[in-house]
Design a protein around this ligand. Structure first.
Ligand code: 5GP
Ligand code: ZN
Length: 113
C-alpha cells in the first residue's frame, strides 16, 4: 500500500506526533483536532475499514478497541471520551486505512452531523 497516507506514517515516511505504539498498532494526534484530545489509532497492517478488518481479523478488531481505550487512559480522559470509526462515503471516511478516532477533553454533542 505504497500510496496510503497512514501506511507512510507507519513506515516513518511521513512524520506523526505519536501517543503510543505497540506491536500491532500506532496512535498519533490528528493533524486537524476536533477536540482538545483527538488521537487516531491504526493497525500497522493495512485494512480499508472495519468491514474488512472484522471479516479478516477479529483479534485485531478487538485490539483496536483495546488500544483506543489505552489512549483514553494515557490521555487522562477520565470524564469520558468517544471512539469513532468513520466508514465509507456516507460515513465521512477520507483516509482508506482503518482508523479509530479517540475524542475527548470537552463535552461532545450528539447526534453527529
Ligand atoms: P476520516 O475523515 O477518514 O474519518 O479521518 C481522517 C483523519 O485523518 C482526519 O481527521 C484528518 O484530520 C486526519 N489526517 C489527514 N491527514 C493527516 C496527516 O497527514 N497526519 C495526521 N496526523 N492526521 C491526518
Ligand atoms: Zn494503509
Amino acid at each position: 500500500m505504497s500510496d496510503c497516507l497512514f501506511c507512510k506514517i507507519v513506515n516513518g515516511i511521513i512524520p506523526a506526533n505519536k501517543v503510543l505504539e505497540n506491536d500491532n498498532f500506532l496512535a498519533f494526534r490528528d493533524i486537524s483536532p476536533q477536540a482538545p484530545v483527538h488521537v487516531l489509532v491504526i493497525p500497522k497492517k493495512h485494512f480499508e475499514d472495519i468491514s474488512e478488518l472484522s471479516q479478516k481479523d477479529l483479534e485485531l478488531s478487538a485490539g483496536l478497541m483495546k488500544t483506543a481505550s489505552e489512549v483514553a487512559r494515557v490521555e487522562n480522559l477520565d470524564a469520558g471520551f468517544r471512539i469513532v470509526l468513520n466508514t465509507g462515503e456516507d460515513g465521512g471516511q477520507t483516509v482508506q486505512h482503518i482508523h479509530a478516532h479517540v475524542l475527548g477533553g470537552r463535552g461532545l454533542t450528539w447526534p453527529p452531523g
